[in-house]
Design a protein around this ligand. Structure first.
Ligand code: GLN
Length: 249
């Protein structure tokens, strides 16, 4: 009996040691997947895909981790880090001073600006953010686009959980405009021509913003690994390849 037990213990220990060379820890990556082409669900494979997913996978790989993508509301991502339900946020999240008080951001990995889509028939009436005074405006909850809309005098801001719902609200005329990150608006215009048929992406581009991956406040060890991973990914030109994959269509 005793011998058997010892044998089992030995084997378990040996397999643990043997496995250590290959087994990698998994980083739980929180995202909000209605933000194409940065993160969205591939309707065929039902997998979460996009620029951010590929980039964080490459960065994590350099840092020695596999990833597991966790689908969350955009406004749940920062609380999720604090609660420990995810290790990293990769969600086109703009680095802002307010957020930087609650989480730690990696070096910036992407630069965008805010823009707006309106109904084609309203294109002359609503050419820019200023013209949206006193109008109903659709935004995604907790985003910098929502902050922008709130700063427009008299605006009646309608917040939606996902980007798609905000687009839908514009289609049915519940809002006069959707304010969001420009690459996401232009990807929608290009990739969903039927839904976007009666819409116009205005040329406005404001508020240069940079995306960063976020970790729990004070998780300096992981932050350093991710920053080094990002450097390694850039040194190999992998970020450029990932960019071409999602943006050069
Ligand atoms: N970049 C914007 C923000 O951080 C929008 C991000 C998003 O909707 N996923 O608020």
């Amino acid at each position: 009996m005793l011998i058997k037990k010892i044998l089992i213990t030995c084997c378990a220990a040996a397999s643990l040691l043997g496995g250590a060379a290959q087994a990698r820890d998994t980083l739980r990556v929180g995202t909000e997947p209605t933000f194409a082409p940065f993160e969205f669900m591939d309707t065929k494979t039902r997998e979460f895909v996009g620029y951010d997913i590929d980039l964080i996978r490459a960065v994590a790989d350099k840092a020695g981790y596999d990833i597991e993508v966790v689908n969350m509301g955009f406004d749940a991502l920062i609380p999720g880090l604090a609660a420990g339900s995810v290790d990293v946020v990769a969600a086109g999240m703009t680095i802002t001073p307010e957020r930087a008080e609650r989480v730690d951001f990696t070096k910036p990995y992407y630069t965008v600006g805010l823009s707006m889509i309106v109904k084609k028939e309203d294109a002359g009436r609503f050419p820019d953010f200023k013209s949206l005074a006193n109008q109903p405006i659709g935004v995604q909850i907790g985003t910098t686009g929502a902050d922008k809309a709130r700063g427009i005098p008299g605006a009646r801001v309608q917040t939606f959980n996902g980007t798609n719902e905000a687009f839908m609200a514009l289609t049915v005329g519940h809002v006069s405009a959707v304010i969001h990150d420009r690459p996401v608006l232009s990807y929608f215009m290009k990739m969903q021509p039927r839904a976007a048929k009666n819409m116009k992406l205005q040329p406005v581009l404001e508020d240069s913003q940079q995306y960063g991956f976020a970790v729990r406040k004070g998780n300096a060890a992981l932050l350093e690994k991710l920053n080094k991973g990002l450097d390694a990914v850039r040194a190999e030109g992998l970020d450029k390849k990932i960019h071409d994959k999602w943006f050069a269509q």
